[in-house]
Design a protein around this ligand. Structure first.
Ligand code: NAP
Ligand code: ZN
Ligand code: ZN
Length: 349
């Protein structure tokens, strides 16, 4: 008998389907979380379909995990049974290198970050993610969640939230600065909410004319539909910072031209093919092009606490796990406002 019920992809061409497997026994430093909800990130789809290469199967996707603590090991101090808890994109790292010591476990210098799924622990066992009824994680990688937050809509903060919060903080976005958000999906709508909460003047770039009214409601001061590249011309050299959340190949040079001198564009979207970048928009105004990967454990907690204080959560559509493959297809068609969250109570149905 396996101790965990979940859903997995058995290969890159199989649909996500029921699968039972074993979690490790709860060790002294471990917290076992009974999963209530798990967000559906576009990275789940990229990896389940092996779009980035090197995927490990069977794969239990899911790294936007929230629920209640079901068991704790003897050395655990931060959590007790019944507490609300979250697990994001990482479940371990070396913890001793320079990056790990300063709370940047996602950039572990020894490349020993263990991701929540499609990854292996140092002993060679596979990590399985949140499309399942429970997860066992070292308490150092478990987050506390305020009871003030709507738990269902909090799940996506664990990836979409931190992935957009972290670069906005790192590049020190200030009140009054002009910030652009490219793509209004799971990550994009959180970037919009955070940039607005930080006091920036925010412009949403979208390929979907139907999202204009929502973008304004979510905090955009302006919305630009990018199907007509002419619409971008008057905005040249006006932005301090642009965050690109797009999941598919697209032209990034047209956005680089929108940055002021010394402005930065940060890629968080991870299309499966590399972008073509012209050096001219970079050299022409000393602009930077950078990337950013999720956020460290301490910063993820900071982001969750900020959300509790400012009442920020995701806009979600709850789905039963049996409709996960349909949810993937709808996500690919930009047909979700703005994040699917799986109701894990439907696992037994
Ligand atoms: P998503 O919900 O599917 O949103 C992606 C958005 O990109 C869409 O809503 C759409 O916005 C836009 N888009 C889609 N296809 C496009 C195309 N062909 N041309 C232009 N725009 C297009 O995905 P997500 O979950 O937010 O994830 C976005 C990307 O970030 C994925 O590649 C994911 O793997 C990556 N990611 C990275 C990190 C990290 O740490 N760096 C973390 C999580 C996810 P509009 O309709 O507004 O145009
Ligand atoms: Zn994600
Ligand atoms: Zn490390």
């Amino acid at each position: 008998m396996s101790n965990t019920k979940g859903y997995a992809a058995q290969s890159k061409t199989d649909p996500i389907a029921p699968w039972e497997f074993d979690r490790r026994a709860v060790g002294p430093a471990d917290v076992q979380v009974e999963i209530a909800y798990c967000g559906v990130c576009h990275s789940d789809l990229h990896q389940a379909r092996d779009e980035w290469g090197g995927s490990v199967f069977p794969m239990v996707p899911g790294h936007e995990i929230v629920g209640r603590v079901k068991a704790v090991g003897s050395d655990v101090t931060k959590f007790k049974v019944g507490d609300l808890a979250g697990v994001g994109v990482m479940v371990d790292s070396c913890r001793t290198c320079e990056s790990c010591r300063i709370g940047l476990e996602q950039y572990c210098d020894r490349h020993q970050t263990v991701f929540t799924y499609n990854s292996r622990f140092p002993d060679g066992t596979e990590a399985y993610g949140g499309y399942s009824d429970n997860i066992v994680v070292d308490e150092a990688f478990v987050l506390s969640i305020s009871p003030k937050l709507d738990l269902t809509a909090t799940a996506p903060l664990l990836c979409a939230g931190i992935t957009t919060y972290s670069p906005l903080r790192h590049w020190n976005v200030q009140p009054g600065q002009k910030v652009g958000v490219v793509g209004l999906g799971g990550l994009g709508h959180m970037a919009l909410k955070f940039a607005h909460a930080f006091g920036a003047h925010v412009t949403q770039f979208t390929t979907s004319p139907g999202k204009e009214a929502d973008a304004k409601r979510l905090g955009a001061d302006e919305v630009v539909v990018t199907r007509d590249p002419e619409a971008l011309k008057p905005l040249a050299s006006t932005f301090h910072f642009i965050i690109d959340t797009v999941s598919a190949p697209h032209d990034i040079n047209m956005y680089l031209n929108l940055l002021k001198r010394d402005g930065a564009m940060v890629l968080v979207g991870l299309p499966d093919t590399p972008p073509a970048v012209s050096a001219f928009p970079l050299t022409g105004a000393r602009r930077s092009l950078a990337g950013s990967n999720i956020g460290g454990v301490a910063e993820t907690q900071e982001m969750l606490d900020f959300c509790a204080e400012h009442n920020i959560v995701s806009d979600i559509e709850l789905t039963p796990i049996s409709k996960i493959n349909e949810a993937y297809e709808r996500m690919l068609k930009n047909d979700v406002k703005y994040r699917f969250v799986i109701d894990m109570a439907t696992l037994g149905e």
